[in-house]
Design a protein around this ligand. Structure first.
Ligand code: AAO
Length: 506
């Protein structure tokens, strides 16, 4: 009996690290700024049939309307209340999305802004997405309600009231992040309001939460809130399932706050991942792909079972947040596909794929002056060839990325095996006897015979094409009875990498 209780306790504690995706689905996609109706349709027509596990959605709660500049994407990081209406849709549309996605086994992960409300200079009135009134100056948010008693103004010790020094953990947690009104999360009342918001989302059927700006909250305060959360809705999830929690903590080293302070609550974003992989693929600072042999913890990353990994996110693809210019994005499509391909093939971390809208990037003095722009169209259109229109990039629909999401599902649970490199930028590795990837990022051709670990047969490369029925639209790779195969990759190939797996055997 004691053992049973212990097992139950351990199960409860470990559960918030589990993404709750359906068995055999191992990645989520961030459909940044998509509206709820389009996400529901995408779950049914594309994400479920292609093995995606879930969707990170943009914040669903009411936010301030920013008109200068005109409706930036970032207004959604300035809450006015926890009512579910934004430019992505109203509460009815939100509920419909969750139901339709859940019904096809694609789960919803909500970007939750619980560290703060809108900016201190947000003014007053009803210029908010559901029309709720607020007064930033007097700290009044009657639709929650929050009052001046519920903010950290008295606790911040900097002259400006802002975070001035990331080396001081007290400032980072008690002062304002870029002027955003900092909630007093140690107050039972505030914790209750936040927990009510998250529990409402849980009852509607969501599977987990991204905790925005977690670095700016005390881990103990977050824990007190997540301890109040209900189990997931049993209409779709087994009884006792805990919400998946992943916390946005930027830790590239050298600051006062470290990611490991947050492991008690849930997973944490590993920002080193995209920054360092981008550096290696760009071949900056003398980095080479062959150095990736011990990628993961060997590179000083957090434990794999605590990490949420991604190549780029909605901040660092446009110079916000952190990571710097090494971050790969859709603007560097050829290198980007290699980066995403490597990430999805490699066992480290739980993977999130980015799906963006495009904007007219305009770098002036090293900064993109258009970094604020929201999507140019409120709805995603799908072209005849399956790509997206209206300025939506839909990286998740690029054949190479979509097929690597499947690759990760096929090799799930398999060990990292059969590493090969040429001492430079040609590398390969397998995942047990289920899949194999080989990349050529050198300025010359690759022609090598290596052990793939795969059963003998003819495989269809899922990068240059894919298996359609019994035929292959891309390169074909013959694997011998000893598992070896010859690969030839020109450095001028459209995509200089090849990936094969047992579900793409001809
Ligand atoms: C907007 C305006 C502001 C205005 C404010 C209020 O832009 O001018 O004052 O409204 O009216 C987003 C936008 C913001 C926007 C905000 C609200 O990005 O521009 O402000 O909505 O509308 C920090 C946080 C991190 C945060 C990131 C952007 O730690 O949590 O800044 N990300 C999340 C969201 C993000 C959102 C918010 C939080 C707020 O993903 O979309 O903001 O809800 C260092 C620190 C990092 C810090 C960065 C940037 O990074 O370590 O923690 O991120 O600085 O301040 C090297 C270092 C690296 C360092 C980096 C940059 O790489 O290694 O550690 O340099 O210095």
């Amino acid at each position: 009996m004691k053992l049973l209780l212990l097992l139950v306790a351990v199960g409860l504690c470990s559960a918030q690290y589990n993404p709750n995706t359906k068995a055999g689905r191992t990645s989520i996609v961030h459909l940044f700024e998509w509206n709820w109706g389009d996400i529901a349709a995408e779950c049914e027509r594309y994400l479920a049939p292609n093995g995606f596990g879930g969707v990170q959605i943009s914040p669903p709660n009411e936010n301030i309307i920013v008109t200068n500049p005109n409706r930036p994407w970032y207004e959604r990081y300035q809450p006015v209340s926890y009512k579910l209406c934004t430019r992505s849709g109203n509460e009815q549309q939100f509920r419909d999305m969750v139901t339709r996605c859940n019904n096809v086994g694609v789960y919803i992960y909500v970007d939750t802004i619980i560290n703060h409300m809108c900016g201190s200079g947000g003014g007053s009135g009803t210029h908010s997405t559901c029309g709720s009134s607020f007064n930033a100056g007097s700290r009044d948010f009657p639709a929650v309600p929050y009052s001046s008693l519920d903010f950290n103004d008295g606790k911040c010790r900097t002259g400006s009231g802002e975070i001035e020094n990331y080396g001081d953990a007290n400032q980072v947690r008690n002062c304002q992040l870029v002027g955003l009104l900092d909630l007093a999360l140690e107050k039972d009342y505030v914790r209750g309001k936040v927990a009510d918001y998250l529990n409402n989302l849980i009852s509607i059927g969501v599977a987990g939460f991204r905790l925005d700006a977690a670095k700016h909250m005390w881990p103990g305060d977050i824990k007190a809130i997540t301890d109040r959360l209900a189990n997931l809705n049993t209409k779709w999830f087994p009884g006792g399932t805990r919400p998946f929690i992943f916390q946005e903590v930027i830790d590239l080293g050298g600051e006062s706050i470290s990611v490991n302070e947050y492991f008690g609550v849930g997973r944490v974003t590993e920002f080193k991942y995209g920054a360092k992989l981008g550096t290696a693929i760009r071949k900056w600072n003398g980095e080479k792909l062959s150095y990736l042999k011990n990628w993961g913890e060997g590179w000083g990353f957090m434990p794999s079972n605590r990490a949420l990994v991604f190549i780029d996110n909605h901040d660092n693809q446009r110079g916000h947040g952190a990571g710097g210019s090494s971050i790969l994005t859709f603007f560097d499509a050829r290198l980007y596909k290699m980066g995403v391909g490597f990430m999805l093939a490699h066992p480290y971390g739980f993977t999130r794929v980015m799906s963006s809208f495009s904007w007219p990037r305009n770098i002036v003095n090293g900064r993109d002056v258009n970094d604020w722009m929201g999507p140019s169209s409120s709805s995603v259109s799908i072209n005849g060839d399956g790509t997206c229109g209206n300025g939506w990039v839909c990286e998740h629909r690029w054949r190479q990325i979509k097929n690597m999401v499947s690759f990760r599902n096929v090799v799930d649970g398999q060990a990292f095996t059969n590493w090969w490199d040429n001492g430079s930028n040609q590398v390969a590795f397998g995942r047990g006897n289920r899949g194999f990837i080989i990349l050529n990022n050198d300025d010359w051709n690759l022609d090598v015979t290596v052990n793939t670990g795969l059963p003998a047969g003819t495989y269809c490369d899922v990068i240059s094409g894919q298996k359609e029925g019994s035929r292959c639209t891309g390169k074909q790779i013959g694997v011998g009875s000893d598992g070896s195969a010859r690969f030839q990759i020109s450095n001028n190939d459209e995509d200089p990498f090849v990936a094969i797996h047992v579900d793409a055997r001809l």
